[in-house]
Design a protein around this ligand. Structure first.
Ligand code: ADP
Length: 209
C-alpha cells in the first residue's frame, strides 16, 4: 500500500514520540482531529499503527514489506485453483491439441485408467510433436508427455506463494493441484501463471493492506 505524504508524516511522528494521542498528532500537523481521523483509521487498519484507549497511537514497527508478506501468506491454493483439464494417456496428440484449443488452456494433465496423474503436456510439447512426419492421430500423448515422477505438483492447503515459487524454479506455466490417494495422485485443480497474476492484481485492491 502506498502511503500519502500526510500518512507518512503521521507514521514519523508516532514512531518518534508514540504513544501519542490523536489530538497531539493533529496539533503537530496543524490539522483538526476530524481531518486526521480517516488517515489514522487507515494506518491502524493497515497495521502500521496500533491504538490503545486512553494511551494513544503507537508504532507497530512493521514495515510495508512485512505487512505485505503477512497478507500474501493468507492466500491458499484451494481458494484460487481453477478447473484442471485432463485427458487419458492413450488419447492421440491430435486429440490433445484439439482439447487445448477447445478448453483454452496451455497445459493438459494426463491420467491413466484409474484417473491418476501420469504426466503433463504443454503447448511446446505439442508443437514439437507436430514437427515430425507421423500422423498425429497415431501418436498417443503418453509418448510425448513429461512423466511422473518428474511432475511438479501442489496441494489444496499449500500457500499460493509456495506454488508460485515452484512455477518459477521449474520454469513452467502450470501445476496440477493433487490429492494423494493410496496408489497415486488425483488431479483436483490447476494453478497457472494467470492465477498468480490475478492475485497480484487483487492484492492492490485489497482493503487490508
Ligand atoms: P511451454 O513449453 O508451452 O512453454 P511450460 O513452460 O509449462 O510450457 O512447459 C515446459 C516443459 O515443462 C514442457 O516440456 C512441459 O511438459 C513441462 N512441464 C509443464 N508443467 C510441468 C509440471 N507441473 N511439472 C513438470 N514438468 C512440467
Amino acid at each position: 500500500m502506498e502511503l500519502s505524504e500526510r500518512q507518512k508524516k503521521i507514521v514519523e511522528i508516532v514512531k518518534a514520540d508514540g504513544p501519542i494521542t490523536g489530538e497531539k498528532i493533529a496539533g503537530r500537523l496543524d490539522l483538526t482531529r476530524a481531518t486526521l481521523r480517516p488517515d489514522l483509521a487507515i494506518l491502524t487498519m493497515a497495521g502500521f499503527l496500533d491504538a490503545r484507549p486512553r494511551v494513544g497511537y503507537f508504532y507497530t514497527g512493521k514495515t510495508g514489506t512485512e505487512l505485505l508478506t503477512k497478507e500474501i501468506r493468507k492466500y491458499i491454493v484451494k481458494d484460487y485453483q481453477s478447473v484442471p483439464i485432463v485427458i487419458k494417456e492413450d488419447e492421440s496428440v491430435y486429440e490433445a491439441i484439439s482439447t487445448m484449443f477447445l478448453e483454452d488452456v496451455g497445459t493438459l494433465f494426463i491420467i491413466d485408467e484409474d484417473h491418476h496423474l501420469t504426466g503433463v503436456v504443454s503447448r511446446k510439447d505439442l508443437l514439437r510433436a507436430s514437427l515430425g512426419k507421423q500422423d498425429l492421430n497415431d501418436v498417443p500423448v503418453h509418448i510425448i508427455m513429461t512423466r511422473m515422477p518428474n511432475i511438479e505438483v501442489c496441494e489444496r492447503d499449500e500457500l499460493l506463494i509456495e506454488a508460485a515459487k515452484k512455477l518459477i524454479n521449474k520454469e513452467i506455466d502450470g501445476l496440477p493441484v493433487v490429492k494423494k490417494t493410496r496408489n497415486g495422485y488425483d488431479v483436483v485443480g490447476r494453478i497457472t501463471k494467470t492465477t498468480i497474476t490475478q492475485v497480484f492484481v487483487e492484492l492492490v485492491s485489497s482493503k487490508h493492506i
